[in-house]
Ligand binder design. Structure first.
Ligand code: ARG
Length: 461
């Protein structure tokens, strides 16, 4: 039967099904290191303010550190009767240090305690994810640096539009990741606020020093309203929002990898270290990694949605519904970290760009048509007129199975007297790309500058 957790007002014991239903220990054990760290700071604060004695605090800290060691050695495995990590730690502490262990919870509630734990946890995770983003950006940058002059068809509506530098394409993802990194930095600031000392909801009668415990824990601020402190989960929603955007970005890149690896595109091949086979079709090499990332995006969006719905009807202050925040946060963290790592490996060693295939691809279409129109417009023909003229050329060329580069100079002249021999150079894929030298464009000069900017962004901390 269940060991009694609550006060003597309870006589009977919980129904076993309710014990199981109510408990969070099976998943909130993930918070144990943070729970111990938070309790140590709380104990020290209690001593500093004279609420307990120095030697009592030392005993508590020693006991808590011993539990940390037991946990790290794999010897702390509380069962479901302990309800949650907070009760489990307090009970073990009392076993280890005797009655003084029962003083730890003075001037504290599990409500401010769990809020503290989850913020300490998420703060760490945010920093880990931020460094993973940097590693991901580094492989994008490496590919970009090696592929400034590698051309690839650029698309709109998934129709060939204008050729671009492969580096330009990859640096677009670099910039998305940069925003993800910055966004997490901002969220870190709002996560790093201490609710410890808010008590159950209204503060405490003891002369605590919230700023001191906050300082010990590295929080940069404390909640100024105790009701808000114990019931705020904005930071978790903000995190899951940022996590969702990371997954949006990884999923778009994944989608492109999957397309590019297809026979129809053939822009990349998958190396054996990141591709998988089929159980029946011996010829298959499948892009399981980007497919999984694309699929896992959905569960992170689900956690975001789940948290929003979880919060929207909650009256102040703490409600047990809040226990449901944990699995959403933990799984969101785990999914984003796993996906970032897999995509970094995939980009780093899992793909090779098929450069021959890429250079054929940019040479065999009408994606230089804009440049023919620009050519005439630069010679004084109003752009819309030039545009219509080139539309006609594309139509007749398509009918005769020719590309623009195959037209003779006579044919060009017949179309418009302003065409001269330099039209051929103007519509080579390389020139078409080089010419887009506007700030932020795909022109090679621009790419070199963009790479320099990216390097500086990577150095930021
Ligand atoms: N396990 C609980 C949670 O995750 C801890 C806080 C419980 N507080 C309470 N008043 N029941 O939210």
């Amino acid at each position: 039967t269940q060991k009694k957790t609550w006060s003597d007002r309870f006589e009977g014991s919980l129904h076993p099904a309710i014990v199981e239903f109510n408990a969070s220990i099976t998943f909130d054990i993930e918070l144990i290191e943070y729970d111990l760290t938070g309790s140590i700071a709380h104990a020290k604060m209690l001593a500093k303010t004279g609420i307990i004695s120095e030697s009592e605090a030392q005993t508590l800290v020693k006991g808590l550190e011993q539990i940390r060691q037991e946990h790290r050695d794999g010897n702390f495995n509380p069962d479901i009767d302990q309800e949650d990590v907070h009760f489990a730690v307090e009970r073990r502490l009392t076993e280890l240090v005797g009655d003084v262990g029962k003083k730890l919870h003075t001037a504290r509630s599990r409500n401010d305690q769990v809020g503290t734990d989850i913020r300490l946890y998420l703060r760490d995770q945010i920093q880990q994810i931020r460094s993973q983003i940097k590693a991901f950006q580094q492989v994008l940058l490496n590919h970009a640096q090696g592929n400034v002059e590698t051309l690839i068809p650029g698309y709109t509506h998934l129709q060939r539009a204008q050729p671009i530098s492969l580096a330009h394409h990859l640096l677009a993802y670099f910039q998305m990741a940069q925003r993800d990194w910055e966004r997490l930095g901002e969220i870190y600031t709002r996560t790093n606020v201490s609710p410890l000392g808010c008590g159950a909801l209204a503060g405490t009668t003891f002369p605590i020093d919230r700023h001191y415990s906050a300082e010990l824990l590295g929080f940069s601020d404390v909640y100024g309203n105790s009701l808000d402190g114990v019931s705020d989960r904005d930071f978790a929603i903000e995190f899951l929002n940022a996590a969702s955007l990371i997954m949006v970005h990884l999923s778009r890149l994944s989608e492109e990898m999957i397309l590019w690896a297809s026979q129809e595109f053939g822009f990349i091949s998958l190396t054996d270290s990141c591709a998988t086979g089929s159980s029946i079709m011996p010829q298959k090499k499948n892009p399981d990694v980007p497919e999984l990332v694309r699929g896992k995006a959905g569960r992170v969006f689900g956690h975001l949605q789940g948290m929003l719905v979880l919060m929207k009807g909650l009256p102040l202050a703490y409600n047990k519904d809040l226990q449901e925040d944990k699995e959403a946060i933990f799984d969101g963290v785990k999914t984003v970290k796993g996906s970032l790592e897999a995509m970094t490996v995939l980009l780093g060693e899992g793909i090779t760009f098929r450069k021959e295939r890429l250079s054929e691809a940019v040479a065999e279409d009408f994606s230089n048509a804009t440049d023919v129109a620009d050519y005439l417009a630069a010679k004084g023909v109003p752009f819309r007129e030039a545009y219509n003229l080139v539309g006609k050329v594309v139509k007749t060329s398509l009918a005769s199975g020719k590309l623009l580069k195959d037209l003779t100079l006579e044919e060009w002249h017949a179309l418009h007297p302003n065409f001269e021999a330099d039209i051929y150079e103007a519509i080579t894929p390389k020139q078409v790309v080089a010419a887009r030298n506007s700030y932020g464009g795909t022109g090679f000069e621009q790419i070199h500058q963009a790479i320099e900017r990216a390097k500086k962004q990577l150095e930021l901390s």
